[in-house]
Design a protein around this ligand. Structure first.
Ligand code: AMP
Length: 387
């Protein structure tokens, strides 16, 4: 296959979730077909794509057939096996490269890489035994956060440790998986930057946005982040440094903490579209999903500018999706539904976006009012001065 990918070419996407769905919709607008590889029948991405292969991410026969049917391969799902991607990469171009996924899948590899290119993170230690955990806690101090190095998301596989007597139980809970202990960051804000990088090294970064979590799941994104210029500059420089050092071709999300001194620390990187970039569908001429597709197809990368400020609210689980009729009836709320039939607690079912003229993102209470029926329930968590 020649790059740039010509119209009507087929993009293979590994993973069938909402990130794949929104990537496939963006690909369709650019004249491409998508072929989804997923374990799931009737997946969100499969519903809007030209073809679907339902298979395990490791079955070599299915992987070979999938590779034969597509022109370029990308992924939307991070817990896909890097070995499976290696097999795919031996058959067709995989963008971003499997080695990048390998780094982002392992918190120790990720932090080593990020620190290695001069970008700060929370202090951390790899932990294999309870004695190592005790030594790491003594060095880093408490509170600290113990996490599994792999397959943790939305707060799964992590424990915040406050007292030395909590170490043994937390270790017993999370081991024998490899673990990492991170110093606790008393952050003022959580922000993220989504950046695209083309094969020619060109970069296109969206504005830094502010993220609010509830029950460890992203709840709200405010675009742009209300942070000092120095924080914007640090976060953009970090995203450029990491994307370039990874030799990324595709999209990268960088999640960061802003500490009390205004220093920016990387928490996680994800080489794929990101929940904190959903606002770009409605507030930008080219969304994160379009930039993802353009980058992997070798199309020119437009600047990641926004024409509006925005608030994005996730609709999580049965309680929030029950608000759907009220959301549809509210002028100004832009609805997005992912086509999932089963609204389990904690499951991301859809999101809504509200736009504001550029430069006029309201303060806390204005944001709440503007979301109407989708406004976060007031637990005190969102609207406290510091999370
Ligand atoms: P993660 O799975 O690493 O993205 O962590 C999920 C959430 O836990 C983050 O978005 C933070 O709100 C919180 N968290 C994770 N690591 C730390 C840390 N080292 N210090 C303080 N809070 C953290």
């Amino acid at each position: 296959m020649m790059f740039p990918l010509p119209p009507n070419a087929t993009i293979g996407l590994v993973g069938g979730g909402q990130l794949g769905r929104m990537s496939a919709l963006a690909a369709a607008r650019l004249g491409y077909r998508c072929h989804i590889l997923t374990r799931e029948q009737n997946s969100p991405a499969g519903q809007v794509s030209a073809a679907v292969t339902i298979s395990d991410y490791l079955d070599p026969v299915a992987l070979r057939a999938f590779a034969a049917a597509v022109d370029v391969i990308s992924f939307e799902f991070e817990n896909v096996s890097a070995e499976g991607l290696d097999l795919l990469a031996s058959l067709k171009p995989v963008r971003p490269a499997p080695g990048i996924l390998r780094i982002s899948q392992d918190r120790v590899a990720e932090k080593s890489f990020v620190n290695g290119v001069g970008v700060p993170t929370a202090p951390w230690r790899a932990v294999g035994t309870l004695d190592e955990l005790r030594a790491a806690a003594a060095e880093l101090g408490l509170p600290a956060v113990l996490k599994t190095t792999r397959e943790g998301y939305d707060g799964k596989g992590q424990r915040t440790l406050h007292q030395p007597d909590e170490l043994a139980a937390a270790f017993a809970d999370l081991s024998p998986k490899p673990l990492i202990l991170e110093g606790f960051v008393d952050f003022a804000q959580e922000i993220s930057v989504v950046i695209a990088r083309g094969a020619d090294g060109s970069l296109s970064a969206f504005d830094a946005v502010e993220n609010r979590h509830r029950n460890h799941i992203l709840d709200l994104t405010l675009a742009p982040a209300r942070v000092p210029d120095s924080v914007v500059e640090q976060s953009q420089a970090i995203a450029r440094t990491v994307a370039t050092a990874l030799d990324l071709v595709g999209l990268l999300a960088v999640e960061m903490f802003v500490d009390a001194d205004g220093q920016v620390l990387v928490n996680e990187i994800a080489p794929r579209p990101h929940n904190s970039g959903h606002w770009t569908i409605d507030a930008c001429p080219a969304s994160q999903f379009e930039l993802h597709i353009r980058a992997i197809a070798d199309l020119p990368l437009p600047a990641a500018t926004r024409h509006s400020d925005a608030v994005m609210k996730n609709l999580v689980g049965p309680d929030e999706i029950a608000l759907w009729p009220a959301i549809l009836a509210t002028p100004g709320l832009i609805p997005h539904l992912y086509g999932k039939s089963d609204a389990r607690p904690g499951r991301k079912m859809g999101h809504v976006t509200r736009l504001f003229p550029k430069g006029s993102l309201p303060g806390e209470f204005g944001v709440e009012a503007a979301l109407g029926p989708a406004a976060p329930r007031r637990t005190g968590e969102h609207f406290s001065p510091s999370p």
